[in-house]
Design a binder for this molecule. Structure first.
Ligand code: ADP
Length: 453
């Protein structure tokens, strides 16, 4: 299988976020730079235009000649002013060295002049008053070296570049810090999982008391899983020791009886008696093993239910007849059948209802009455088996379905405590459930609830 190169969350988030922010910052810088250029352009244009207007107020047309008043400034803070004639000839003012005034005549907008490796901003304005008085076009012009004027506005650009870099750095720091708040607990959880795996310490739990909801959910889910694994493991351990314990008794009796027969059975009768005991214990052992195998196959999914539409009343009726015959009529079944049918595995349902009906008889003193009620609800079919036997203590009800659990071991030595476990697995396979109601000393009702389909 092709494995994708994996990186840590911190690195993943930091790298991608920095890349994203860097791209956004570049766009921002270009945009800010463009805006700053436009601003600079507009600002220079209006400043220089204003200065020209102001300076031209101090130029008069006296006696057919243009004359500068005292307040006329040829140069002010690195900015040069000239008064030009129609042909571009300089009449008044000052021109930076080497700049040709003639070729710029007529350009009303801000433009750039290159001269001797220097760049100048220049703007020319027609002065209407003087043009009218002199009867030929008179221009006012301002010129300033680009380097001088740009320096004031360049700061805006540098601030924007600087803030972009600072922005990227802040994002890098924050993303690293935030991603660590996710990755650290995750690493902690994986370390806990590793320790549990290595040391088999299933009682250990994952801890997270941070603010991130998803991490809290992850820790909770893992803890729930650990809890069910621990329970499963405990059940398995209990089950193994129960199996050993249950098989030990008949095997011990078997061995003791064999020993007795070998050492002390002198007559054929004594020998036959021993064989009888051995046979009964062997049958018991065989029954336990058979039930265990069935339970095991049900739990491991080796038995796949073959569903078919079946008449549950019919199945129950045949079980009741069997029980009546076995108990020589000492058990009376009151049947209230509602004509229920459901999609079930008939073989498995026979085992299920046999276990429940047999229990109702087994835990009642003969002669006994057992009521069987079948009915349908909107989504389910229900089979209720009610007896008036010994009942079950409240604290025992929850454990009834555990393998080898017997509520009152001393009272009935016939069962192995596997019948209800098998019944429960069968019902679960059919996506149903068993409900138990019981009163100690008064009787019990077991209700099997199965989905209609
Ligand atoms: P067992 O073979 O011992 O009957 P089950 O798994 O069928 O095993 O039942 C488990 C235990 O539940 C029984 O040992 C008994 O204590 C109790 N039990 C089951 N059904 C009834 C019932 N109808 N009335 C009283 N106790 C019952």
């Amino acid at each position: 299988m092709r494995r994708i190169k994996q990186v840590s969350i911190t690195r993943y988030i930091t790298v991608y976020l920095i890349a994203l922010v860097a791209v956004i910052s570049v766009f921002m810088a270009v945009f800010v730079s463009f805006l700053a250029d436009r601003m600079i352009h507009y600002d220079i244009q209006s400043t220089m235009g204003g200065k020209i207007v102001e300076n031209m107020r101090h130029v008069q047309y006296v006696g057919g000649k243009l004359t500068a008043e005292e307040d006329f400034e040829s140069e002010d803070d690195g900015m040069y002013f000239q008064v030009l004639g129609e042909d571009g000839r300089m009449i008044l003012g000052k021109n930076p060295k080497g700049v040709d005034t003639k070729e710029m005549v007529g350009k009303q907008k801000l433009y750039i002049v290159h001269q001797n490796g220097r760049e100048y901003y220049a703007i020319t304005r027609v002065n209407r008053r003087l043009t009218k008085e002199a009867d030929s076009i008179i221009y006012g012009r301002a010129l300033v070296e680009k380097e001088n004027i740009d320096s004031k506005y360049q700061v805006v650009k540098y601030i924007s570049y600087g803030s972009c870099i600072a922005f990227v750095l802040i994002v890098a720091f924050c993303s690293h810090f935030l991603s660590k708040r996710i990755s650290d607990p995750l690493m902690q959880m994986s370390k806990t999982a590793e320790t549990i795996g290595e040391e088999g310490e299933l009682s250990r739990r994952m801890e997270y008391d941070g603010k991130i909801k998803e991490l809290a959910v992850l820790a909770d889910t893992n803890n729930q899983m650990l809890e069910s694994v621990e329970n499963m493991f405990d059940r398995q351990k209990r089950f193994s020791s129960d199996v050993a314990h249950e098989l030990r008794t008949p095997l011990t009796v078997l061995l003791a009886q064999c020993e007795y027969a070998r050492e002390h059975a002198d007559t054929k009768e004594e020998f036959d008696d021993s064989i009888d005991v051995i046979y009964r214990q062997a049958v018991k052992t065989n029954q336990i093993v058979a039930q265990l195998l069935k339970l095991n196959r049900l739990e491991n999914g080796q038995i796949i239910p073959e569903l078919e539409e079946a008449d549950l009343d019919e199945i129950l009726c045949s079980i009741c007849e069997d029980e009546e015959w076995k108990n020589e009529g000492k058990v009376k079944f009151r049947q209230h059948f509602g004509g229920v049918a459901a999609k079930v595995d008939v073989g498995l349902c026979l085992i299920l209802f046999q276990n429940i009906v047999q229990n109702a008889v087994k835990y009642s003193s003969l002669p006994a009455t057992v009521e069987i009620l079948t009915y349908t609800t909107e989504e389910n079919v229900c089979v209720s088996v009610k007896d008036y036997g010994c009942g079950i203590k409240e604290e025992d009800i929850a454990k009834l379905f555990d393998p080898f659990y017997r509520a009152d071991k001393s009272r009935n030595s016939e069962g192995f405590g596997l019948g209800l476990s098998i019944a429960d697995r069968i019902v679960t396979m059919h996506r149903g459930r068993i409900e138990v109601e019981s009163k100690w000393g008064e009787g019990s009702t077991f209700t099997v609830i199965l989905p209609k389909n």
